[in-house]
Write a protein that binds this ligand. Structure first.
Ligand SMILES: [Zn+2]
Length: 286
């Protein structure tokens, strides 16, 4: 996991390959103080997106990013960890804004949240190394989206964001690797290896998300990343199950089932998850 940022070399950001996602001070010493990709898996994805102009809150430049057209993509429900599914498009790919000039990137909903100190940290540590690179395709490929998310994750570590923001970015990275695996063209060179690599990366970012949300839950107040307590507890329950932290998973699903504030759909999902959990625990014992 220590080399998760090594593929950002073309952006000039590979020197952070050893940085620790949740290590704030000691592990990340050396930071200056604040003074291509795959072919599109789906032909019609480009019809569901458009270019929108944004203003960078770090360097002031205007830049374009691809956005999903509101109401155009048809919702097909979600995976058990609430990863949304849409027909003909994976909307998660389009949730990071990245300034191509200074390298500032963040989840769209966090993009404007910046303090003067954060701006300085980003200028000194990201912009000073960042190499301009355009995304020229009609869509963002999975590899491009993963790069954008990793740059957003790196920014959130550098600017010392809330731990929950980093955890949420890791969760979405796990979703992107799942999406990449699902859409991997069958004629891909070394298909099986690529698939294994996607699954390994999905697992790594699942663990990182679980670790981060566990910290956030102990230190932050709700709403966390826009989620209320039952929703985050549910996602945590699924992450705990996937990380084989079965006792905690059981406790989290139990708390949702008994919760007064959880909706009936979420309670039903928690009951289903509990059954899956019991099955997996049994299988693990055999
Ligand atoms: Zn900028």
């Amino acid at each position: 996991m220590s080399d998760i940022f090594s593929d950002l070399e073309s952006f000039g950001l590979d020197k952070f390959s050893e940085i620790d996602i949740y290590g704030d001070k000691k592990e990340n010493e050396g930071l200056k103080e604040g003074a291509a990709a795959n072919k599109a898996p789906v032909v019609n994805e480009k019809d569901l997106i458009f270019n929108k102009t944004y203003n960078c809150v770090v360097c002031g430049a205007n830049f374009k990013a691809k956005m999903v057209r509101a109401g155009k993509a048809r919702n097909l429900g979600h995976d058990d960890d609430l990863r949304p599914r849409y027909e003909r498009i994976d909307v998660i790919k389009y949730e990071v804004l990245m300034c191509p000039y200074c390298g500032y990137a963040a989840l769209m909903k966090n993009f404007q949240d910046i303090t003067p100190t954060m701006r300085m940290l980003i200028r000194d540590n990201i912009s000073s190394n960042f190499k301009h690179r355009d995304f020229t395709g009609d869509i963002y490929t999975y590899d491009e989206a993963i790069e954008r998310y990793k740059i957003a994750l790196l920014n959130s570590i550098i600017k010392r964001s809330k731990v929950s923001e980093r955890a949420y970015t890791c969760l979405k990275l796990s979703w992107l690797y799942r999406g990449k695996a699902e859409n991997l063209p069958i004629d891909t060179h070394n298909y099986e290896e690529e698939l294994d690599e996607c699954r390994r990366n999905e697992d790594e970012f699942t663990k990182k998300a679980y670790e981060g949300f566990t910290q956030a839950l102990a230190n932050e107040l709700f709403p966390i990343c826009g989620m209320d307590e039952p929703t985050l507890s549910y996602i945590m329950g699924v992450l705990a199950r996937k990380c084989k932290d079965y006792n905690n998973s059981m406790r989290l699903f139990g708390s949702i089932i008994l919760s007064r504030s959880a909706g009936s759909n979420l309670k039903e999902s928690a009951r289903e998850q509990k059954q899956i959990l019991v099955r997996e625990m049994k299988n693990d014992l055999n």
